[in-house]
Write a protein that binds this ligand. Structure first.
Ligand code: ASP
Length: 323
């Protein structure tokens, strides 16, 4: 009998310690992501970019820096890569330009910052952070946001810096088929590709951030969910969330906050909360994905599109990458 108790105790201990505590989760967008259709080189390129992003954020965590630092460093890597629809790889607008949106939120203080429709800020996530920390505002847009970023000493580039051939080709395809379709019915999965990160630092604080070029062929100054706090990004003391998908629907269901609210008010589990929110989006006719990380280091990455680039790292440095 004594041995049975010892065995149960050891098993319980093993299960407790075997549970991975995640400190950083990232995404590189949801949409028509299909690994089977990708060349080996392409798969490797995504794998490398996601790994570098995770490691950049993880380094901040290990140094004891804040979750905001980890989110920022992770997102910068993805913004600087032409593989994702954010920063360098941003999609094209109807007019053939690149207009970027980004946001960040620190859970402990629920402070937040965002920029929308910016055309010349190399790393919009840095501008979002500067809005959060160095301005009395939450959301700045277009020329005003660019002026603010320049005053903060952030790197300013020509709009042509954001040119990438795949994003340009995708825009050309959409332009061609535009005559046959109405703007409203234009939801091809391959227009997504936003990046996001959620981190949990050693002080137990959460932060979340999202950065995007929006949706291919967007016009009339269209702004999606990514810079909208509560839709594209949200963090409080319990959970951090970053969204990717058809932004209009994420705004309409206040997606990121919807997840946080379920956890706060009805004690829904993390995974169930994200599942419910994605179901609400689907019910309205939208699609996409979300990542979430809670104060216990539990994470979830879910989507209702063909695929989603997603990756996470545990406090012990164990890496998980899927797409
Ligand atoms: N959510 C972004 C937007 O609607 C697009 C994306 O996630 O790729 O602007």
């Amino acid at each position: 009998m004594k041995h049975v108790f010892i065995c149960i105790f050891l098993l319980f201990t093993w299960i407790t310690f075997a549970q991975d505590k995640y400190v950083l989760v990232i995404h590189g967008g949801a949409g028509s992501v299909n690994k089977a259709n990708m060349s080996v080189e392409n798969q490797q390129a995504y794998q490398d970019a996601l790994t570098s992003s995770l490691l950049a954020g993880y380094e901040e965590i290990l140094k004891g820096n804040s979750a905001v630092d980890a989110v920022e460093k992770s997102i910068i890597i993805l913004e600087n890569s032409p593989l994702f629809n954010a920063g360098k790889g941003a999609v094209f607008t109807h007019e053939g330009l690149n207009e970027l949106d980004a946001s960040v939120m620190f859970g402990k203080t629920q402070s937040a910052g965002a920029v929308a429709g910016v055309k010349s800020i190399k790393n919009p996530i840095l501008a979002a952070r500067a809005v959060m920390e160095k301005s009395p505002h939450v959301l700045l847009s277009r020329e005003g946001a660019e002026q603010f970023a320049a005053e903060q000493g952030l790197e300013i580039v020509e709009n042509s810096y954001f040119f990438s051939q795949p994003a340009y080709d995708a825009w050309q395809r959409v332009q061609k088929s535009e005559k046959e379709k109405s703007m409203k019915s234009e939801n091809s999965d391959n227009k997504f590709g936003t990046v996001g990160a959620v981190a949990l630092d050693f002080d137990g604080n959460l932060a979340a951030g999202t950065s995007t070029g929006g949706m291919t062929n967007k016009r009339w100054g269209r702004i999606g969910d990514s810079p909208v706090i509560g839709a594209g990004t949200y963090a409080n003391e319990q959970v951090g969330i970053s969204s990717t998908g058809w932004g209009e629907f994420y705004i309409r269901v206040v997606a990121a906050y919807d997840v946080a609210a379920q956890i706060k008010y009805s004690k829904t589990s993390l995974s169930e909360a994200v599942k419910n929110t994605l179901a609400s989006i689907k019910e309205l006719g939208g699609n996409g994905g979300m990542i979430a990380l809670d104060k216990n280091g539990e994470m979830t990455a879910q989507y209702n599109t063909q695929g989603m680039f997603r990756a996470a790292i545990t406090e012990n440095g164990k890496i998980l990458i899927e797409f």
